[in-house]
Every structure is written in C-alpha cells, then in structure tokens.
Design a protein around this ligand. Structure first.
Ligand code: DGJ
Length: 544
C-alpha cells in the first residue's frame, strides 16, 4: 500500500472511532437478541441502584463507596420532579451537575430514574404545587367518583407539566453530557400503575374507554372476545386493566417521546411484578398494580409507548421458580432483558449468573449505598460492606470482560443459571455440547460412595451456586461460577472429552491470563467450582 493510501485508511479508522465515541448510547436488536451500544460497542451494565433518598449531593458521600466496593460500572440514581422544579417553571439541575461530575471522577456511568408523576404508583415525588392542586392535577377516581391516591393518566395538565420538566431535564443533560455519555439510559417514572383500583372512572377516562381499541393495540395484544370494538367488547373481563395499561403507557410514552426529541437516549419503564406463575393470568383482582407494565401487557406498552424501549422487571421474590419465570417472560424479541432492581439479600446473588448468562443488557441490585437505612425484609439488614458482598463476587468476575461478554451475549453464545431452591441438577445445552450442573456436592469423589464423600462442601448449606457459560468457539467455553459441579458432555449421539481446563482471568486489557491448568483430582469428578467464584477456559475435543 502506498503511504498516501495508508494515511487515508488511518484517517478513515480514526474518523469512525470518533463517530462511535460521538454516538449516543442506543439499543440494537438482531435475531431477537439485544445489545446496549455504548460508544458503538455492546456494553454490559453491572449496576447498583441507590436508595430512594440518596439523590442529594451530601448523600452521594454514602453512595460512591458502596458503588466502588460493588465494582459496579454504573450507578442508577433518582432525579425527582420535586427536586428539579420546586417552584413551577423554575428549574434547578444542580444535583444532576454534581452527580454527573462525580460519576466521571469515579469512572462510572449513570442511569437516571425520573421520579415524576408516579413513584411506586403514587405522587410522592411530585412538587408541592402539584400535590396541593388536585383540581388541576386530578387523581384517579373510582366508579362512585371517589379519588384514589394515584394521579390520573387523563390529567392533561399533569401530563403537560411532567413533560415540560422531563424535557428540561433531557435538555440540560444533553448540554452537560451529550458528548460524553456518562448517562446511558433513563427510566421514565417508577413502578407505575394503581393499587386497589383497576382504572380511572373519571368522565374523560370513561369516554376513552368507550372508544374502539386502537389498531396498534389490537396488533400487539391479542383480542380475547370480538376482533374489534370497544375495550369491553374486545378484551371482556380484562378490559379495565388493559385500558389502564394503555392509558398509563400512552402518558409515559408521550413524555419519553418529548424527552428523546431533545436528547435521544434509550428509555425504559420498571415493573412491580405480578405473579408470573399464575398461568394463564386471571383478570385483575387487586393482586397487582393495574396499569403497570406487567409481563402480560408488554404488548400494550409497545403499542402505546413506542418511545419506551424496555419493560423491565424489578425482582423482589427470591424463589427460584419466580425469578426464572420472570426472566423468561420479560426477555422477548421485542423486549431486551434489563433488570434495574434486585433485592439486596444474599439469596439473589446467584441469579446474576442466570441474568448475565441469558443475555441481559445489565443488572442492578437495589439499595447499594451506605445510608443508615435498609428496606429489610425486602432487602438485606446490613448497612455496611456486607450489602455488596453477594453481588461484588460476581461483578468481580465479569467486570474485566464486560464488553466481550456483552458481545458474546448479543451473538447468542451465552447461557447461565442459578441454583434452584430444590437444589436439583440442571443442564445448559450448547451446539455440540451439554453442561450438566449439580449442586451440594463435595469437591472430590461421588456422593454415591457414601460417608464423607456424600457430605456437601462448606458454603453450600443454602442454595448459592450458579454458572454462566459462553461458547467462544465450537469446542471452547468460558465458564464463570461458584458452588457447582460442572460436567461438559458431548451432545447425545456424539463422543468427546475434556482436553484442557485453564483457570485464569481476563486482565484490564481484556486478555486471558492463565493461572493454572486443572487436571487430575480437579477434573476427575467434574469441574468443582468452589465457594469463591472462579473462571475457567475450557477446551473440549472429539476423537478423530
Ligand atoms: C421498588 C421501587 O422501584 C424502589 O424505588 C423501591 O421503593 C423498592 N421497590 C423498595 O425498596
């Protein structure tokens, strides 16, 4: 190549690198899988969400140490409407300025949580001038016209005011971060819906309820009775809750759209889950927040709020059957798996392997700061370093290869699982090979030999095992896990064997560093992963 063409090629490379760096974070979908692109490449959010009241400069002092201890790459932090617009029309984004500056100093990204019209369905984060003016900012009302505690999605003034504040927020964010992308995504409102009332029965809501179901909804949410018509005609007993989901989604979608027009970042909603094992789901019976983005109405959210990319589960029930069902229901070709909240109890730690293995774009335990408060019994009772311990151990393994893992996940090469409450064996099937996982075993010999051989290894008293595996070549795997025995076996009808299992790690540059080769006792009875997480690079082979 001539010098001039070499120079030209270098320039093109440089320009495309700059273009990637200038590109705002965005979600992409291929073959039904999703990736969050940050500076042009898949990014894995290893997040931590602060407590609800940590969104003040002084409080950040208790946040950063915990986020650093967690080895998180991203902090999820509320920004409240009451905080940025305490007086109508006068905005104060000084907290956001401090937050973004400090995040950069700590080398962390941010996800902002817009606590606006709804926070856990209620109006508690709206400014006083909203709270005190129910005529202008109406609540949902029941059939008798009695006001409920939750603001109505038909409050035209509420929507206008929330949207204006959100647009101001996004405009300010663009100004301070549009070229840096410290902030990766924005959650619009928080755990929306209404408890105790299936929908708004105000005259405006009733008039909309009697209209034909919009075509976009019919396309995404299968009719249950008539193919077209009013909400009642099309959805029968489910009409009220589906209608409320549509009304709330449309409201949020409108806010998100206006915000994205100013600064186009990925946006999502989070969900207080309904029971995923109630199959088929029964009509609303006051047993979840009607109108929220529960798994059964994701289609309605997609139709009514196209500016919202993701409906995301907040995982606060550690029963393994519940966790797995929820992950399955929220991971869809039209919905990236993203878990913005997980309870902070140690029992949740093992599910990070399932979440990251399944190809989530990220995860985030909740209540990660050293504020002297905990949401026990939802989360841990600890207020010190013990909070982060169940999650740090997993993040520690993924952090050095997070970009690579996100790329593998996007290519469909990864799988993962957490130990079940039943402690039974599990398996993960890959093209050509199967990983068989067993729990509560010793690290040498077979339990069937009895006596001390049948005694589980220390640290396996409670379900805590898990593994995430990436198939990086036809016969090569990266295995990350703990408290599990893994046997890699050839797929049924084929033969093959373990050739080499290297224990090691990825260095800061993403290069594999071999530390030792497992052989002999360490592989004779399967790969016995200890109570501290390890990473193995595994090579399988087939006899010629
Ligand atoms: C889910 C909400 O989204 C969080 O903000 C928080 O309130 C937790 N529940 C409970 O601690």
């Amino acid at each position: 190549m001539k010098t001039s063409s070499l120079l030209a090629a270098a320039l093109v490379g440089l320009l495309s690198l700059q273009a990637a760096a200038a590109e705002a974070p965005r979600l992409v979908t291929r073959d039904g899988r999703h990736a969050l692109l940050v500076d042009g490449k898949p990014f894995l959010i290893l997040g931590g969400q602060a407590h609800n009241s940590s969104n003040y400069p002084e409080a950040l002092k208790t946040v950063w140490p915990a986020i650093d201890d967690l080895k998180a790459n991203t902090l999820l932090m509320p920004v409240a409407w009451e905080q940025v617009e305490p007086q109508e029309g006068r905005f104060d984004f000084s907290f956001l300025d401090t937050l973004v500056k400090q995040a950069r100093e700590h080398g962390k990204h941010l996800v902002l949580l817009w606590f606006g019209t709804w926070k856990n369905t209620s109006a508690q984060y709206t400014p006083e001038w909203v709270k005190l003016d129910p005529k202008r900012f109406p609540f949902n009302v029941d059939r008798e016209g009695k006001a409920n505690y939750s603001l109505s999605p038909f409050g035209a003034e509420t929507l206008k005011a929330d949207k204006r504040a959100f647009v101001a927020l996004m405009g300010h964010l663009k100004k301070i971060d549009g070229d840096r992308h410290t902030v990766l995504m924005v959650q619009v409102e928080n755990e929306v819906g209404t408890y105790g009332l299936v929908r708004d029965f105000s005259p405006a809501a009733q008039a909309a309820f009697e209209q034909p179901v919009p075509a976009a909804v019919l396309e995404r949410q299968k009719p249950r009775a008539a193919a077209t018509g009013s909400w009642r005609e099309v959805y029968g007993d489910y009409a009220d809750e589906y209608f409320h989901a549509w009304a709330v989604a449309r409201y949020i979608g409108d806010i998100a759209k206006a915000g994205r027009a100013v600064y186009d970042l990925p946006m999502y909603v989070n969900n207080a889950l309904r029971d995923p094992l109630e199959q088929p789901p029964k009509p609303w019976n006051k047993n979840f927040a009607s109108g929220g983005p529960t798994w059964d109405v994701i289609g309605i959210y997609k139709a009514a709020a196209p500016a919202i990319d993701i409906a995301a589960p907040d995982v606060y029930n550690p029963e393994s059957a519940q966790v797995n069902a929820n992950l399955g229901l929220f991971q869809r070709p039209d919905n990236a798996l993203w878990i913005p909240e997980i309870g902070s109890k140690p029992a949740y730690g093992r599910f990070l392997y399932a979440m990251l293995g399944r190809g989530a774009i990220g995860v985030s335990p909740f209540g990660i700061d050293y504020f002297d408060y905990t949401n026990h019994p939802l989360g841990t009772q600890a207020t010190d370093k013990a909070i982060v311990q169940p999650f740090e151990r997993v993040y520690r393994m993924f952090a050095p290869l997070q970009r690579q893992w996100a790329q593998w996940a996007f290519e469909g090469r990864t799988q993962g699982i957490g130990e079940g409450d039943d402690r039974k064996p599990q398996q993960l099937d890959f093209p050509g090979w199967t990983a068989k996982l067993t729990y509560r075993l010793g690290r040498f010999g077979e339990a069937s030999w009895g006596g001390d051989y049948a005694k589980p290894a220390p640290g396996t008293e409670e379900p805590g095992g898990g593994a995430a595996i990436a198939q990086i070549g036809p016969d090569e795997f990266i295995l990350i896990g703990e408290r599990v025995r893994v046997r890699m076996e050839p797929a049924a009808g084929t033969s093959g064997m373990l050739l080499r299992a290297e224990q090691g790690r990825f260095d800061a540059e993403g290069r594999w560093q071999m530390e030792r080769v497992w052989n002999g006792d360490q592989v004779d009875y399967g790969l016995n992963l200890p109570a501290e997480p390890v990473m193995l690079k595994i090579k399988m082979g087939r006899p010629r």
